[in-house]
Design a protein around this ligand. Structure first.
Ligand code: G6P
Length: 620
């Protein structure tokens, strides 16, 4: 987590740094800070709270200069205080740095450095890096190295880095070096932007939009020394490197609210378009299949696949669960869904005919990246289903499919989920058609998929009703979400949405599993949200619903238009269009997104930036 930025060049750095921090705030918003080199001194401004608070502080006490670094924090070590905010200072202010990642041996380093006389002022792991670099700078100078030479600073970094255990993206300023930034990466992403007589650094490319489209992605174990007109790049094992410059595909800067009160609501309402974008150019009506440009596997290779592993975290993991049902039903390929945080440390037997999909909105989730790399190490074909072009996972995967959902800003993922489900549906069609799925079945899927943007548009008309339902239920403190088959993952996702943004305890379960425990929670104070559209086991879900009613549990049902029977049983019904069962998650998830949204608003929660969370989880 955490977003970092840096600038060296000819303009005042503060504007770029603050704008960049705003754009990176999705990575954490516990505190923010910048450091700018002014007349040979490094001035630091930092504050707990949002970037906007920092802007207020800088308005009161302005700083600017052509060299600077900035940070927006998601706290890992140390509370969210002004003092624990980055940048952190090492020694007597010789070194000032920002850090993204976690240093696992910080305690040991702290003890060693305290023994050498370094005074720690914060509760962070990062301060240990700052003092460590300051210590090795001092050592280099004692050894007779030139204290005015950038090479001495670089050496101090090179000696320090092997002593760090854990992950880092670092941007370091050295006092008195008014035209130099040193950046280093191991496990946390960094991208360098190349301008005319200036260089930029950021955790991802979004802060660079409008400044440059020429970038160098730093690889793990690389260090770069940046001056206004030069990049010097080194790899720990391979020495000097020539930077490989990429041109950014249009970085989306559509970050406005377009009249909506929150990004989350805007993103929910974008879903008719985002689903359309996920399918655009990928439906082949002549062959009754889907087509993909980026899987980078031949047809014989794809036909050999006898097992699929879908790995992801959070909402993307829920999309993976829908994918499991789809792949097994349409492609008839045994499929498993693995939490990336588990897969990375497990050692399941995976044959060379296994295909792995890493599903991720951001393309930066640390666990998903690590799980993908682990699978690559074992020689498996790994694909990314990803939204952010240029992200680490998108770049490192062997192939993949982009969601084309546009920037998702709300921390609670909505449109990315439905786009992931749409892409997984297309993949199941594609893999199915090269195996057992018939032409008419493929043709029908395409016809039904093409109707989905319209169906989602119709579903969104439930918004006013969902708001009324939210007004009735927002005071409850426990919810159950229950659904079966394709709507079981939707139940999990609905519960997650409510937890994330309204801080209400909610559990998702396969409706029939309720009898094995959760039913003990049912009483007048625990509403159950039943996802019960028409389908093969609709009567079974209705029985589960009756079981809840028999115990006086309030019931909110998500049902198909025209289902009058459910209205007699449930306390409240939200109707959605009747679509094929495998397409139901694309509509049934929407009222649940809206329900969580309205409940969170009524409870006065910060919908787009819920407490303790971050959009992109770049630590494990
Ligand atoms: C965080 C976000 C979730 C997201 C998850 C996985 O927890 O708050 O909304 O689902 O990370 O993120 P990814 O970018 O890999 O889909």
């Amino acid at each position: 987590m955490c977003g970092i930025v840096g600038y060296v060049g000819h303009r005042g750095a503060a504007d770029f740094l603050l704008e960049g921090l705003h754009r990176l705030e999705y990575r954490g918003y516990d505190s923010a800070g910048i450091a700018v080199q002014v007349n040979g001194e490094i001035a630091v401004r930092k504050k707990a709270g949002r970037v906007q608070e920092l802007v207020g502080l800088i308005n009161e006490a302005p700083v600017d200069g052509p060299l600077g670094i900035g940070h927006t924090r998601w706290a890992t070590h140390g509370e969210t205080t002004d003092l624990n905010s980055h940048p952190h200072t090492g020694g007597n202010g010789e070194v000032v740095l920002v850090h993204n990642g976690v240093i696992e041996n910080y305690d040991q380093l702290r003890t060693q450095l305290q023994g050498l006389g370094y005074v720690f002022r914060t509760g962070t792991d990062t301060e240990a890096i700052a003092h460590l670099v300051a210590h090795h700078l001092e050592e280099q100078i004692k050894l007779g190295e030139d204290e005015t030479s950038p090479a001495t600073c670089l050496k101090a970094i090179e000696v320090s880095l092997p002593k760090l255990k854990g992950t880092y993206g670092l941007v370091v300023l050295f006092k008195g070096f008014s035209d130099m930034l040193i950046v280093a990466r191991s496990g946390s992403p960094l991208v360098i932007g190349i301008g005319e007589g200036e260089h930029f650094v950021a955790s991802d490319a979004s802060p660079l939009a409008g400044y440059t489209d020429e970038v160098v992605y730093l690889a793990d174990h690389e260090i770069a020394v940046l001056t206004s007109d030069r990049i010097q790049l080194m790899h720990r094992d391979n020495g000097h490197q020539s930077p490989s410059v990429h041109t950014l595909d249009q970085v989306s800067t559509d970050t406005g609210l377009n009249g909506f009160e929150h990004h989350m609501l805007k993103e929910i309402f974008e879903q008719p378009h985002t689903i359309e974008n996920a399918m655009r150019g990928r439906l082949d009506a002549d062959e009754a299949t889907a087509k993909f440009g980026g899987l980078n596997l031949t047809l014989p290779q794809l036909r050999r696949v006898d097992r699929v592993v879908l790995t992801a975290c959070g909402t993307s993991w829920h999309a993976g669960l829908v994918g499991e049902y789809l792949f097994e039903e349409f492609a008839r390929i045994p499929t498993e869904v693995e939490y990336a945080s588990e897969l990375r440390y497990r050692n399941p037997p995976l044959g060379d005919r296994t295909m792995v999909f890493a599903i991720t909105q951001s393309g930066e989730t640390a666990d998903t990246l690590a799980a993908m790399r682990e699978c690559q190490r074992k020689g498996l074909a790994t694909m990314a289903i990803c939204n952010v072009v240029g992200s680490t996972i998108a770049r490192e995967a062997d192939g993949g499919v982009f969601l084309h959902a546009g920037t998702e800003i709300g921390v609670a993922s909505t449109k990315a989920f439905t786009s992931q489900v749409a892409v997984l549906t297309l993949l199941s069609l594609y893999l199915g058609r090269m195996r057992h799925l018939s032409y008419p079945a493929g043709e029908r899927m395409i016809r039904k998929l093409r109707e989905m943007p319209k169906m989602i548009e119709q579903t969104l008309q439930c918004n006013d009703l969902v708001k009324e339902v939210a007004e009735k239920y927002y005071g409850y403190n426990n919810f159950l979400y229950l659904g079966r088959l394709y709507n079981f993952p939707v139940a999990l996702e609905g519960a997650l949405k409510l937890k994330e943004i309204s801080y209400i305890h909610a559990e998702g379960y396969p409706a029939a599993e309720m009898k094995h425990g959760p039913i003990a929670l049912v009483d007048e104070e625990t509403p159950s949200v039943f996802i019960a559209p028409h389908g093969q086991i609709y009567p079974k879900v209705m029985s589960n619903l009756e079981e809840v009613k028999a115990r006086r549990g309030p019931v909110i049902a998500i049902a198909c238009h025209g289902d009058d029977k459910i209205a007699e049983l449930a306390d409240d019904v939200i109707y959605v269009p009747d679509v094929e069962e495998y397409l139901q998650p694309l509509v049934t998830s929407i009222p649940l997104q809206l329900l969580a949204y309205h409940i969170a608003c009524l409870r006065g929660c910060d919908v787009d930036k819920p407490r303790n969370l971050a959009k992109s989880v770049t630590v494990e």
